[in-house]
Design a protein around this ligand. Sequence first.
Ligand code: G3H
Ligand code: 13P
Ligand code: ZN
Length: 328
Amino acid sequence: ARITLRQLLDHAAEYGYGVPAFNINNMEQGLAVMEAAAACDAPVILQASRGARSYAKDLMLARMIDALADIYPSIPICMHQDHGNDEATCLTAVRHGFTSVMMDGSLEADAATPASYEYNVEITKRVTTIAHWVGVSVEGELGVLGSLESGEAEAEDGHGASGVLSHDQLLTDPDQAVDFVLRTKVDALAIACGTSHGAYKFTRAPDGDILAMGVIEEIHRKLPNTHLVMHGSSSVPQPLQDIINRFGGEMPQTYGVPVEEIERGIRHGVRKVNIDTDCRMAMSGQFRRIATENPAEFDPRKFLKPAMDAMRDLCRDRFERFGTAGNA
Ligand code: G3H
Ligand code: 13P
Ligand code: ZN
């Protein structure tokens, strides 16, 4: 059955668990998440980026979600727009059956200036008003994702750097967060705490200087009833880096967000945990392995099935560690 983000995260807050939000672009990724959820009785958040929507086509995604809901009738599904950039993106998602949208007003250039704060409040408020009319939830974002190591803020597409910001600008200001939630009435708030999108988050195992989990605790103290969202929450597990590199990959050594740090966030109000990179790595590691071990293979299913299984195992691990399992 379809549920909204608000319904799901209210339940998660009441019972003290977190929900991974997995990005999907195709049937294999959708099935991987649902198989994992069915195996451990977890509710799911499936999310599609703008890129995913243009890759798969809106209608394909919409009908696929219908099919997944019919195949797994006991699993609650929240279908969410990841990083909506304007009203049109959010409302066309609603039109295609999404039960939740992210209006990311922090994507605007110079997101750390007062003018862009007002822009973020206004556009998020507009989307929240309209979405709530039709029973759809809204996630807003306050703060600029980027590296506390280099000071580089993410470029608008989530890849590479758009410029160098101060330490403070890369972390969500707790008092501003209170004002933002009050004015926009968002159902969930994405915050910046030193994580960034993609595989290259940290050049060393993160400590409190570069992964500021304390900021989350402070925001949660000021907004105890607001559902917090962590973006850039892939853990970039060493075994997945190793598989990719063992079979011809050339990924430089990198570090993600340790699962224990996410568990700590979940104890302090984090309810939605965005994961894309880990799923991509789990799948593409298997593509490389099959291509290397069986160079004569050319049936796509022989690549996609192990890839799907690897993503399923990763998703199941996160459902279990975040406490989502058993809550469908
Ligand atoms: O926000 C970043 C997500 O990983 C989605 O990435 O825009 O390449 O689909 P994408
Ligand atoms: P990762 O790149 O860490 O998986 O983050 C995904 C994300 O935040 C999608 O919005
Ligand atoms: Zn994100």
